[in-house]
Each structure stands twice: as C-alpha cells, then as structure tokens.
Design a binder for this molecule. Sequence first.
Ligand code: FES
Length: 170
Amino acid sequence: MPMLQEQEYVDRLVAEYQGRPGSLLTILERVQERASGKYLSAEVLEYIAAKMNLPLSQVHSVVTFYALFNLEPQGENTICVCRGTACHTRGSRALLERLKLELGVVDHSEEADAADKLSITTPDRKFTIRTVACFGQCALAPVVEINHQIFGHVNERALRTEIDELSKGK
Ligand code: FES
C-alpha cells in the first residue's frame, strides 16, 4: 500500500480507536494486516507514533515484544517450526535444517538462543520460515504450522510434499 493510502488508513483508525484500551495494539495489527508484505515499515511506525502522540520508542517496544508483528516483508507462505522441548526431542531441529536447505535460505543466527526467534524470507518472497517456542500441541510433536494450519507428527518427507505443493503456487 503506498504511504499516502497508509496514512489515510492510520488517520481513520486513530480517529476510531484513540483513547480506547489497547488502541495501539489494535491499530498496529490492522495496519499490518492490510500492508503488502504483512509488515510494519519504519515510516508507518513513525507516522503512527506521531498521530497517536506517543514516543517512537514506545511503539517500537510494542512491535518488538509481540511476535505477531513483522518488521520485514513476509513471504507469501509462512512455515513455522516449533522449537519447544517436546518437538526438539522429536526432531524439529532436523526439520528446520531440511526446510532451510530445501528453500535455499542462509541463516546467520546459529546461536541456540536465537532459534526461538528465527524469521527468514526467501529472496523471491515466496516463503518465510519462522520458529516458535511452543504451539501448545506437544502431544503432536514435532509440530509445524503452514499458513496457519497445524500439522502434527511431521517428518521430512511430509514437509517436502507440502513445500512442493506450495512451490507450485497453490
Ligand atoms: S513443544 Fe512443540 S508444540 Fe509444544
């Protein structure tokens, strides 16, 4: 969405929600949902902060605290691998590595503590790979969520099949 349209949309949302509890979260969520690439650009964050008379640092701390907000453009498809303990013991690391290999993405965040916060998008913006600390579906470990649909007991072959389908543009 061009910036002018975004601004008009933010203006409308601020007029509607300002003063209500949780207004900042609601506005950020709605703007992201409508944005191409499903993310919040630096410009739009600045604009929201100015319109709501909030320090930019406060807006930044909200978007960096909640995992649902994206600061980079997202891929058409999102594949999220659980890296919680139950899924880890059932092979989620291997699934994640396989996924990265299949999609040809390079991950520079090798540290173990970065594994819960991974978010990488392929250069063609077809896929975003993410990780999560737990889906709350541990009995189904290892769990992978593809475009908001939960898949349980996932193995490399099943994952490959799903990727192939999505690559064909489904
Ligand atoms: S650890 Fe993966 S769903 Fe809980």
